[in-house]
Design a protein around this ligand. Structure first.
Ligand code: ATP
Ligand code: MG
Length: 322
């Protein structure tokens, strides 16, 4: 039986700005089961990164979580004092960011950084933790791992730094890995390799992944479930097969239609017409209605709830509200 690992409930994150509060994450409900890979997709600015950061209590000021819970196992991560939340982040949940240079400390060696979680959270000695770090660097495919221990982040290539991030994130076999566009900063040729490596290691450790990506090809190949965000709200959640066979929300259909198709190579991309609305001027009702070809009477005035779909999954769309 599937066991729920992460339960996000009614999570909202707001930026206070001179122009008023902007809701970057708007009442998101989401679950991740143990060992499951859940992909979060949506256009730029729809709140994917803010959701990922909010779950671990890492929202940068002036952002602020205003409501909701993120329950890992039976721990409400957001209700913990920061010191205990740091423990959770070190041990039970880890995060990989898009740009590894921002997450690696430039003045510490690779060895010190990869070994640190073991020393801090598992009480290993310096020697033990360095030996384990070397073994982990070998697993993520860094050549000559013993020598890499003494190098600094700037001496590595982007791909090598991302491998180091993966090593750090999975060193303690966390229950949850949140990976925010973990390969987009890399060469296309190594993106696939590094993603496959991350997934392999996570599978071995039984680690569930919340994978933020804009690449629907990656979603199709790696995810068990998909969550689609639009203007801060979760608008669809579905098993990956059902999603690619027939997405329920018109926005999801638009995203899928914008994929280049192998069976019609000459076809132009059809992006969803129109633009993502600014958070300071959100449309009333369903935030997507001005761009939606199927909008009807209730859509402009009434925000739809998430409706259960007959085949499983949910869609925030009045078309499914019969
Ligand atoms: N410091 C800030 N002040 C005000 N608004 C912010 C701030 N940081 C982010 N936002 C807003 O929060 C919203 C969500 O941003 P987020 O980074 O989560 O988007 P995203 O879906 O990850 O986009 P991308 O695909 O480009 O990474 C955006 O509309 C953004 O303008
Ligand atoms: Mg982002």
């Amino acid at each position: 039986m599937e066991q729920t690992l992460l339960r996000v409930e009614g999570l909202s994150t707001v930026f206070e700005t001179p122009a008023g509060p902007l809701t970057a994450v708007d009442g998101v409900d989401l679950t991740v089961s143990r060992g499951e890979v859940v992909a979060v997709v949506g256009e730029s600015g729809c709140g994917k990164t803010m959701l990922a950061l909010s779950i671990l209590g890492l929202v940068p000021p002036p952002g602020r979580i205003v409501s909701g819970r993120a329950v890992l196992g039976d721990t409400d991560v957001l209700a913990l004092p920061e010191s205990q939340r740091r423990q959770v982040r070190g041990k039970r949940a880890s995060m990989i960011f898009q740009e590894p240079m921002t997450a690696l400390n430039p003045v510490l060696t690779i060895g010190e950084q990869v070994a640190e979680p073991l020393r801090v959270h598992a009480g290993a000695s310096r020697r033990e933790s360095l030996a384990a770090a070397e073994a982990m660097l070998a697993r993520v495919g860094l050549p000559d791992p013993g020598r890499q221990l003494g190098r600094y982040p700037h001496e590595l290539s982007g791909g090598q730094r991302q491998r180091v991030m993966i090593a750090m994130a999975l060193m303690l076999r966390p229950e949850l890995l949140i990976a925010d566009e973990p390969t987009t900063a890399l060469d296309v040729t190594v993106q696939g390799q590094i993603l496959a490596l991350m997934l392999d290691l996570a599978r071995d450790a039984g680690t569930a992944i919340l994978l933020v990506t804009h690449n629907l090809g990656v979603v199709a190949q790696t995810a068990d479930r998909v969550a689609v965000m639009y203007a801060g709200r979760l608008v669809e959640e579905a098993a990956v097969d059902a999603f690619f066979q027939g997405p329920a929300h018109p926005y999801s259909r638009g995203l899928l239609a914008s994929l280049p198709r192998l069976d019609a190579p000459g076809r132009r991309l059809t992006p969803v017409p129109g633009m993502v609305p600014s958070l300071s001027a959100l449309p009333t009702g369903c935030h997507f209605h001005p761009r939606c070809g199927q909008a009807f009477a209730p859509c402009a005035d009434n925000p739809p709830p998430l409706f259960d779909l007959p085949g499983g999954g949910q869609a925030r769309c009045w078309l499914h509200g019969a």
